[in-house]
Write a protein that binds this ligand. Structure first.
Ligand code: 3PG
Length: 218
């Protein structure tokens, strides 16, 4: 059997995901109930960001206790973060940026990985390192849909997961772009709802989003 190249694996995962929530977990005890709430709302592909002291333990807990979640690690800033993501059993890694050091480490690793880009030059560096599926960040602030349309001209093979400023109101417009595989964002897990333990509210929000946003062939 031929192994599926990691970039195709990542593309299939992102396409199927439609929406990837960006999780910033402040308290370890929130990790598992939050992941369960998202999965119950049919949102299974999760980005657990390395932004808080409990992030690594939170990701470990979700991987161990929520088998239906597909856990990726976000806010990967360097090769050490990438190694950490691989060691803890993440399915993929994702970064807001693309330094030469990170691109080199990611190219040498077998972890499916999406670097972050906001400009043509950053995209060229990512493509040169072998990454044609990238996070477009910060999507709204870096030019929005008009910017991603403009990038489609010189880079017809690039595929994007836009993140930053995306929410219920504009997710469908982004997903209608042919070079967008999925969208990311924190809007499905608002800090106030997490702090309040409003897991049912988070599930309801996810169900609503997934009903209105369908995966497309692209
Ligand atoms: C990210 O890291 O992808 C962003 O923090 C998500 O942006 P948002 O909070 O505007 O959705």
């Amino acid at each position: 059997m031929t192994a599926i190249p990691r970039r195709e694996k990542l593309a299939a995962l992102f396409r199927q995901a439609v929406v990837i929530p960006v999780l910033t977990i402040e308290r370890l005890e929130h990790a598992v109930p939050l992941a369960k709430a998202l999965v119950a709302g049919d949102v299974r592909v999760l980005e657990v960001t390395l932004r808080t002291p409990v992030a690594v333990d939170a990701a470990k807990a979700i991987i161990a206790e929520v088998p239906d979640a597909v856990v990726g690690i976000g806010t990967i800033l360097n090769g050490d973060d990438l190694s950490r993501a691989r060691e803890l059993g993440a399915v993929f890694g994702i970064s807001p940026g693309a330094t030469p050091e990170l691109l080199q480490a990611a190219a040498a690793s077998n972890l499916p990985f999406a670097p972050g880009v906001a400009t043509a030059s950053e995209l060229m560096a990512a493509l040169a390192a072998g990454f044609d599926l990238v996070k477009f960040f910060p999507a709204e602030q870096a030019g929005g849909i008009r910017a991603i349309r403009a990038l489609a001209g010189p880079f017809p093979n690039a595929r994007f997961c836009p993140t930053g400023g995306i929410g219920e109101a504009n997710a469908a417009s982004w997903l209608a772009e042919p070079n967008v595989l999925c969208v990311g964002g924190s809007w499905l897990c608002p800090p106030a709802e997490i702090r309040a333990g409003n897991w049912a509210g988070i599930t309801a929000m996810c169900e609503r989003a997934m009903k209105s946003l369908k995966p497309r062939d692209r």
